[in-house]
Ligand binder design. Sequence first.
Ligand code: GLV
Length: 326
Amino acid sequence: MSDKPKIFLTRELPPETMAILREQSELTMNPEDRYLTKREIIEGVAGVDGLLCLLTDTIDDEILAANPALKVVSNFAVGFNNIDVEAATVRKIPVTNTPGVLTDTTADMAFALLLDAARRVSEGDRFVRTQAWQGWGPLQFLGSDVSNATLGLVGLGRIGRAMLPRAHGFSMKVLYWNRTRLTEQEEASLNVTYCELDDLLKESDFVSVHVALNETTRHLLGAREFALMKPQACLVNSARGPVVDEKALVTALQSGTIAGAGLDVYEQEPLLEPELYELDNVVIAPHLGSGTIGTRTKMGNMAAENCLAACHGQLPPNLVNPQIYA
Ligand code: GLV
């Protein structure tokens, strides 16, 4: 009998990760490149040591209850709002994530959305493809300047901080709002200014969201907050959809309360508020923040390492509920 741990994987990961998992575990997995249903996940976790899942899998107590001997829930993502961590903690099941390795890649994406929304790249691309373009025009597709503009960072965790060198590279002034304020020395050395959220919204030309999704950040930005923003401002969200009230955002974009938005995440992925498909002043990407070959491979290897460690009874390196060992 093999002494390799049994792992259930909910969807294929990059080849390097698959090789690690195939070599070091008795792997069962979703054979198709699609989401599994809750029923399928429940069947999949039965009798395994470890569950390796994705941000698109909702892991609730019913799933955890399907295998009382489960040793770990390893999420292939830095965000873990898809997992009922409280329920896992009650059951003493470690939950792990993949922090750090996707920080720069996700900040690159946020900055790409910011540039695109500001300079109307995707909108221009769509227009050129209609073959209706009559050539350069002095008033065509005018956007707003990124260089020297003010960027407001809502959240200054790992990814928020990674926005700083990018923004400073464009000579932007950077404001931030965060649950905990940095020390004055840190603010000075990072060249950022702390603001209350309302003030940040009033003063920024670009507002970029970098908070984790939890009950305190759900709908953090809605109609009241958009009304505080400048009419020429753009919102960027590469964090989690439900941090922004998507219906209120549609209204703000339709009415010109704000000028534009760049979105990588949505409240009900893969569905969007229907108007977003039609609005020209929004750039809509399919949740590709961490989507590079290199980064997804690092995330996969990290998720595999977390999963294998916990299956072997070791402390997994990226534990989000350390209180289970207290
Ligand atoms: C991606 O959205 C992640 O949380 O890793």
